[in-house]
Ligand binder design. Structure first.
Ligand SMILES: C[S@@+](CC[C@H](N)C(=O)[O-])C[C@H]1O[C@@H](n2cnc3c(N)ncnc32)[C@H](O)[C@@H]1O
Length: 425
């Protein structure tokens, strides 16, 4: 049985997100009690917003205020998309959200929420059948322009698979720091701690492990000793293309929170020069935490704007990683609200930033050196198209290799990485 106020907490977070755009994950950071259930509810509602509105429109003829709408979403989501809750609790406690509020007409609003939820309960089977016949945007709750552009890039079938993939709650995956602990010893430690973890099937040089749901990472053995980093296997694509070697000089120019920096440090075995840069102070804090946890004290952290080039002008590196800011369309499963931030203007703005960063940072690569440009976007405009146009305009560079991971096929987050090589003088 759930505590009554879990739905109230979830509905308030959702209402604040709808009202002020406050990121749900930041709000969830303060939740201590019944965290797993509240997180599932909040992320589920945020992901399925369009589908929930579609279901509710039959019963609600004018958009209610945010808190009432949030209570409705919380109730309908539980009734239609959660198997592990009792329907009477889903209805009564979602109505309780209104009762617990200081709404000026709480009795009437609670009556309306109650009536809608009872209708949805009665008609649930027909509602879900009808939903199956709707187009992918309504059925899987994605903005229509995003679905449209994916169809043009990936075709009807893969777009449908991608939309469905994006609604599967993600697992927590960790990368074992093999310079600190062997994967088999680490698995033994997990077993001793009663954690039923599984090796992730994605094949690459690194070892990734899937944690069971609900295990806080700081309780996993070796957290403080830096035995692992929370990281999807897709993040390895760019670092493998970069192929850092012990003794080289490497710059990770958009580094926070530092997952790839940690992986590069391990591949360099602590030898050489590794500089991790980011422009935002709050992100630099997370980068410092990651670097500290890895224990690699040869990593130097620098604040700098990659769009303006490396702060110490004239300094060059054997290899540079540019994991640029992007539309994040490869990680929509993990970032529940990111799909609603997709706009044409945003992609245009990001493309300009990416081009600027690539142009400025290419000057910090030694002749004959390497640069890896990477994103967690599935948009060709930010990936293949941008890179091939840039190489056409910069004759002393060539595109040596590129990789793209498409989530439903790779079983990982989406990612793109391109290895560019600078000509020797
Ligand atoms: C995709 S994230 C990087 C993730 C990171 N590589 C990792 O594996 O953990 C992009 C990062 O670029 C940073 N960033 C954005 N614009 C930047 C700029 N002009 N210069 C440097 N860093 C920038 C952001 O603060 C963000 O931390």
């Amino acid at each position: 049985m759930r505590k009554e106020n879990s739905r109230v907490v979830a509905a308030r977070i959702i209402a604040r997100w709808m009202e002020k755009g406050e990121f749900p994950d930041r709000q969830l950071a303060d939740v201590k009690q019944d965290r797993g259930f509240i997180t599932e509810l909040v992320y589920g509602v945020v992901r399925r917003k369009l589908t929930l509105e579609y279901i509710e429109q039959k019963f609600v003829h004018r958009r209610p205020e945010n808190l009432i709408l949030a209570a409705l979403h919380v109730g309908v989501y539980q009734l239609c998309f959660m198997d592990n809750v009792e329907e009477f609790a889903a209805i009564n406690e979602s109505v309780g959200v209104i009762k617990a509020s200081r709404h000026r007409d709480a009795a009437r609003a609670a009556g309306m929420v109650n009536a809608v939820l009872r209708n949805v309960q009665d008609e649930k089977e027909a509602i879900l059948k009808n939903l199956e016949r709707q187009d992918d945007d309504i059925r899987t709750s994605h903005p229509e322009p995003l679905v449209y552009r994916w169809r043009k890039q990936y075709g009807e079938r893969d777009t449908r698979r991608l939309c469905e993939w994006n609604n599967i709650p993600p697992e927590t995956i960790i990368r074992v720091e093999t310079t600190k602990v062997t994967p088999s010893n680490f698995m033994k430690e997990l077993e001793l701690a009663g954690i039923d973890a599984k090796p992730h099937p994605f094949q690459c040089l690194e070892t990734f492990i899937t944690l069971p749901r609900g295990v806080p990472v700081f309780k996993v053995p070796g957290y403080d000793q830096g035995w692992f980093t929370v990281q999807d296997p897709a993040t390895s694509a760019s670092v493998e293309l970069l192929d850092p070697m012990p003794g080289e000089s490497i710059l990770d120019a958009c580094a926070a929170p530092g997952g790839k920096t940690a992986m590069i440090a391990g591949m360099m075995e602590g030898e050489g020069e590794l500089v991790a840069m980011d422009v935002h102070d709050d992100r630099l804090e997370t980068l410092r935490d990651t670097v500290k946890r890895t224990g690699w004290n040869f990593i130097e952290i620098v604040k700098g704007d990659a769009g303006r080039g490396f702060p110490a002008s004239g300094k060059t590196f054997d290899a540079v990683l540019l994991d640029v800011p992007c539309m994040n369309t490869g990680v929509l499963r993990r970032r529940a609200d990111a799909r609603w931030r997709f706009t044409r203007d945003r992609i245009e703005m990001l493309k300009k930033t990416q081009w600027k960063i690539l142009t400025a940072m290419s000057k910090s690569v030694k002749p004959g050196g390497r640069l890896v440009y990477s994103t967690c976007s599935l948009e060709q405009e930010e990936n293949e198209e941008l890179v091939s146009r840039w190489v056409r305009e910069n004759k002393d560079w060539r595109l040596a290799k590129a990789k793209r991971l498409f989530p439903p096929k790779s079983g990982t987050d989406g990612a793109y990485a391109a290895l560019l090589v600078r000509a020797r003088d």
